[in-house]
Design a protein. Structure first.
Length: 338
């Protein structure tokens, strides 16, 4: 039984999701206390409960203490089974965070799986769907499996109501080296909104273009049906030969369109001015598959506390350590080793 203090390191829901995912892959039980102990509202929220329920549903696992608001659970993993699964967060909680929990074990299942996830697809507390589809999954597919994603309906905070579908054809994970992102192919951006004034998106486009210096036709506006809102997100995308980086900025009450756009644009500018393969979101996501592949390396910008906490949990379950070595260029080389 692996015992984990959920307030360690970054102290968020990642500790819980990574533990459940790796428990299913390695067959090791775990007990976690003080779940999300460093959050303003500690304990399990709806999306965290759904993540653990999903982990149990794709296997013969049991979980003691599972409930909204609880701060301690004991998880005993069972055999993972391929199949057709439908999981509803029930709020604007992130569908992508539920996917993070069940995808790694289903990559090792005995057959293909189809997953339908309902809830938030564009949530400020998690990577948006677009990142999962165009940044993360292409790397997973390069490692051996075949995973495709389809967005059926957008779901913004606070309404939710989004829906995505994932098809998974498992295959052994092959280690890869991702040190060079290659040449820049294209850049583009979209200010997406639903149920809000058009001028908000226009102001975001103008402000982002000013920071990045991109051509006028590189960043556009997309209006979604009003019943999919209210919601707003600015998506900035840079496609390289080997990887696509997506930076997002989420609209919320009290946050000016110009400030949202400048923050997102400066994050993208910082990434493009570096030599890193992975931005901070992608670096977080690559740790588990690289460990399960038995090694590999990638370059990234300065690793977040989120990434370092994830690396600590991975080591508890797999014995694999991650090294974060800063280079003279300023980028970090992240390596998985025993």
């Amino acid at each position: 039984m692996i015992k984990i203090n959920g307030s360690e390191g970054e102290g968020g829901g990642q500790v819980l999701r990574t533990s459940a995912s790796l428990s299913l892959v390695t067959g090791q039980s775990f007990q976690i206390t003080d779940i999300r102990g460093k959050r303003e509202k500690p304990g399990m929220m709806r999306q965290h409960v759904t993540s653990i329920e999903a982990a149990c549903a794709i296997s013969e696992s049991t979980c003691e203490g599972l409930d909204i608001g609880t701060s301690e659970i004991t998880f005993r993993p069972g055999a993972v089974k391929a199949g057709n699964y439908n999981f509803a967060v029930g709020t604007a909680g992130s569908t992508n965070l539920v996917l993070q929990t069940v995808l790694p074990p289903l990559l090792f299942a005995d057959g293909p799986s189809h997953i339908t996830l309902e809830g938030g697809t564009h949530n400020m507390m998690a990577p948006p769907y677009d990142f999962i589809e165009r940044s993360f999954l292409p790397i997973i597919n390069r490692m051996g499996p075949t995973v495709s994603a389809r967005l059926v309906r957008h779901g913004f905070y606070p309404r939710g109501g989004g829906k995505i579908e994932i098809d998974i054809t498992p295959s052994p994970l092959t280690r890869i080296e991702s040190l060079d992102r290659g040449a820049l192919r294209s850049v583009k951006g979209t200010a997406m909104f639903a149920g809000l004034p058009f001028e908000i998106a226009e102001r975001e486009v103008k402000a982002a273009r000013k920071v990045l210096g991109w051509d006028e036709d590189a960043i556009g506006v997309r209006e979604l049906p009003e019943d999919q809102g209210p919601g707003n997100i600015l998506l900035l995308e840079a496609e390289y030969d080997q990887v696509t980086e997506i930076v997002s900025g989420f609209g919320k009450l009290g946050l000016k369109a110009e400030r949202l756009a400048k923050t997102a644009a400066n994050r993208m500018k910082g990434y493009m001015e570096s030599e890193a393969f992975a931005g901070p979101y992608l670096a977080d996501q690559l740790l588990v598959p690289f460990a399960l592949a038995g090694g590999g390396s990638f370059t990234t910008v300065k690793p977040s506390q989120h990434a370092r906490t994830g690396a600590d949990i991975i080591e508890r379950f797999t014995g694999r350590k991650f090294e974060f070595d800063q280079q003279e260029s300023g980028v970090f080389v992240v390596r998985s080793s025993t």
